[in-house]
Design a protein around this ligand. Structure first.
Ligand code: ADP
Ligand code: ASP
Ligand code: MG
Length: 406
């Protein structure tokens, strides 16, 4: 008997039948004697549709007004789910982010949760009600509605689980758990019984959208008992935890892909000390996050520096650098957004020097050219042409996992 936070993603609540299905999962948990807080996303493609609607009216709408609009999607799914549970005869109440005490900073469209005042939820739980909370949103110090960034309902759920000291946080979705690669696109992808917070954080950050990366960060910080599970199949899911029982013999847990990036190259920079400092401090001042960086060996007096940014930051990064062309002293900027980052993640790779070579061999055998490489203790990322990205994931996955599947 305990408190369980259950989060249901957009595809799990996409229509009336699916809302009834989710309501059954919630009420069965309640009938087993647990207190239940359910966090819901907007139905199906609602959030995308709302963004399109806004663009028709004003393509440059302020982020505050966008948050006002986008937060409504979750309000619809939560009220409908509460109605379904009401019809089943259970005590239930739906709450918006602000009613649920979800306070955030004022970074509209990508707000961070600052604290949760759990009093209202706790009162409702004490009255034995099932509580349904809108994911993805909160309010800031001006009492304005904020949203947490795309995919942010996972973070709402984990934050609530942490604040309420829940016994378990279940992320219900449209696949059976966390796989070695996206099971919708990669043949032979297999479900992991468990994965460490660190590996999951890397996978989520490197493009595996199954969990919002900030939700994993938060689960690690507050040691939330976290599980990813299907809304539909009834199969056991994947446990995400600090330490897992066994490492795979390949030492790689998964392969991820991110197409949402662009590569900028500053060509013909003077080969002098201080250039990298100047470039990246200009970008940092504009809050442009830089990922992989590559500097060429100087050719005579000049060198090139290339780096990647999120696609959304491409224009800003280019403008900042071009505005400072004289100060930096380069010939021209080359921009390429027809690229993708493909990564392998695994806590076991640090002691296994052969892992990166094995990844490069897979790409070589697939005839796929690598533009840039970056490594850390638990990941290796390569930049490839976007046209090669899906195939790159498949050949890398085959290389590391075929013997396990075969
Ligand atoms: P939800 O609407 O439930 O939040 P998302 O679409 O955000 O669901 O995330 C689930 C999707 O993540 C899956 O349908 C799958 O295609 C994708 N995905 C990408 N990488 C992985 C992975 N390694 N394991 C499982 N799913 C993944
Ligand atoms: N509805 C929001 C989105 O589509 C939040 C979420 O689904 O987690 O991004
Ligand atoms: Mg999601």
């Amino acid at each position: 008997m305990g408190l369980i936070v259950q989060k249901f993603g957009g595809s799990s609540v996409a229509d009336a039948d699916k809302i009834r299905n989710v309501s059954r999962i919630i009420t069965e948990t309640y009938r087993r004697g647990h207190s239940v807080v359910a966090v819901l996303s907007a139905q199906g493609d609602t959030t995308d549709d709302l963004i399109e609607k806004a663009k028709e009216i004003n393509p440059n709408a302020s982020r505050r007004e966008m948050d006002m609009l986008l937060s409504t999607g979750e309000q619809i799914s939560c009220s409908l789910c509460a109605m379904a549970i009401e019809a089943m005869g259970y005590p239930v109440i739906s709450l918006t982010g602000w009613q649920a005490g979800m306070r955030t900073n004022s970074n509209y469209s990508n707000a961070r949760i600052s604290r949760i005042n759990t009093e209202r939820i706790q009162n409702e739980l004490d009255k034995k009600s099932i509580v349904i909370v809108t994911g993805f949103q909160g309010i800031n110090k001006y009492d304005d509605i904020t949203t947490l960034g795309r995919g942010g309902s996972d973070t709402s759920a984990v934050a609530l689980a942490a604040a309420l000291h829940a016994d378990l946080c279940q992320i219900y979705t449209d696949v059976d758990g966390v796989y070695t690669a996206d099971p919708r696109h990669v043949k032979g992808a297999r479900k992991l019984e468990e994965i460490t917070f660190d590996e999951m954080l890397e996978l989520a950050t490197l493009g595996a959208q199954v969990l919002h990366n900030r939700s994993v960060e938060m689960a690690k910080r507050y040691n939330v008992n976290l599980e990813v599970i299907s809304s539909f199949s009834g199969n056991p899911g994947t446990k995400v935890k600090e330490v897992v029982k066994k490492m795979e013999k390949t030492h790689v847990s998964g392969v991820a892909k991110d197409k949402d990036i662009a590569r900028l190259a500053l060509v013909g920079l003077a080969d002098q000390p201080g250039i990298a400092f100047k470039i990246f401090s200009l970008l940092a001042k504009e809050k442009v996050n830089v990922d992989i960086i590559l500097q060429s060996i100087g050719r005579g007096e000049s060198k090139d520096i290339s780096f990647t940014v999120a696609k959304g930051d491409k224009e800003l990064a280019k403008k900042v650098l071009e505005d400072n062309k004289e100060y930096l002293g380069f010939d021209h900027i080359d921009v390429n957004d027809e690229i993708a980052k493909v990564s392998i993640v695994g806590a076991g790779m640090i002691n296994n020097p052969g892992v990166a070579a094995k990844m490069f061999e897979a790409l070589y055998n697939g005839g796929i050219n690598i533009h840039m490489i970056s490594t850390s203790e638990i990941k290796v990322s390569v930049l490839v042409d976007v046209a090669d990205a899906d195939r790159a994931v498949q050949v890398i996955h085959d290389k590391f996992f075929s013997e396990i599947n075969g």
